[in-house]
Design a protein around this ligand. Structure first.
Ligand SMILES: NC(=O)c1ccc[n+]([C@@H]2O[C@H](COP(=O)([O-])OP(=O)(O)OC[C@H]3O[C@@H](n4cnc5c(N)ncnc54)[C@H](O)[C@@H]3O)[C@@H](O)[C@H]2O)c1
Length: 280
């Protein structure tokens, strides 16, 4: 078995929101595959904690406190990461927010605030780090979107619209920069337990009820997302460009299962929810 099957050893990778649940798992996966990883997060201590975890596993990482909505801060982070880990080969756009917000009463400021992180932040980082890839005539960008990009998530303000925008931004990058050797793809998580979503699972019975609507009968782990991100980021996905992978245990493909259809129930159907950590 080739230990560097992914071909990421020695590459310079940047992960936005790397102090959070999925971003941290992505940073650990990329560093575990031998990449040098710059972790951008507006939460400096959480980014530093990810660096500590990477170094504990003998990896190379650097924390950069950066708000992805601030163009000057992003430009500065791009310069500092190039100086520290080298010109960016892999960018993972992942930093995002989720806020409750019914459209009927949503303030414009709330709409704009969410889009400025969840969509404009992805654009600013793509532009700043993509410039290094275009200069080197090679690189890979992976955007973490959501199944909410294709299924409207009600009462969540601009969340779904922003995620749909991310999918199209990724396709546009693929088309504009593909001829210069830069690929752009999306990983869309389903239900994953992270600091962003932890509050939902504190209500009694929610873990079981949520797991029961997923064909794989469990909630996703950040590592599930990280594996898909690492693949798309790597040369192993060298001919995958402009694509989206749903990493959701089949949830996004289960619409037909919502229809009551007497006589067509499977004998083996049932809640049978597995722990988030157990294998499918
Ligand atoms: N958790 C889920 O169930 C789920 C489902 C679908 C999609 N996603 C997506 O996965 C990605 C990661 O989410 P998560 O669940 O790990 O969330 P999280 O809240 O655990 O982590 C997000 C990280 O982004 C950082 N961040 C937020 N705003 C920032 C800004 N302006 N500048 C820099 N950093 C900023 C936060 O400090 C945090 O560390 C997001 O794009 C989210 O929309 C998550």
């Amino acid at each position: 078995m080739n230990a560097d099957w992914l071909g990421l050893a020695g590459k310079a990778a940047v992960v936005t929101g790397g102090g959070g649940g999925i971003g941290r798992a992505v940073a650990l996966a990329l560093a575990g595959a031998g990449a040098r990883v710059a972790i951008l997060d507006r939460d400096g201590p959480q980014a530093a904690e990810t660096v500590r975890l990477v170094r504990e596993r003998d990896g190379t990482a650097l924390a950069l406190a950066c708000d992805v909505t601030d163009p000057d801060a992003v430009t500065d982070a791009a310069r500092r990461s190039r100086d520290a880990v080298g010109a960016c080969d892999v960018l993972v756009n992942n930093a995002a927010l989720l806020r409750p917000g019914p459209l009927r009463s949503l303030e414009l400021a709330e709409w704009n605030a969410l889009l400025s992180v969840n969509l404009t932040g992805y654009f600013l980082c793509s532009q700043a780090f993509g410039a290094q890839m275009l200069e080197a005539a090679g690189g890979s960008i992976v955007h973490v979107a959501s199944i909410a990009a294709s299924h409207a998530q009600a009462f969540s303000g601009a969340y779904s619209a922003g995620k749909a925008g991310v999918v199209m931004l990724s396709r546009q990058i693929a088309v504009e920069w593909g001829p210069s050797g830069v690929r752009s793809n999306v990983v869309s998580p389903g239900l994953v337990m992270t600091p962003m979503s932890r509050g939902f699972y504190e209500a009694p019975g929610i873990l079981e009820r949520r797991g029961a609507v997923v064909p794989s009968r469990r909630i996703g782990r950040p590592d599930d997302m990280a594996d898909a991100v690492a693949f798309l980021a790597s040369p192993r996905a060298g001919y995958v460009n402009g694509e989206e992978i749903l990493v959701d245990g089949g949830f996004g493909r289960s619409l037909m299962s919502l229809i009551p259809r007497p006589g067509f129930e499977g004998a083996d159907e049932g809640p049978d929810v597995r722990e988030a950590g157990s294998e499918s």
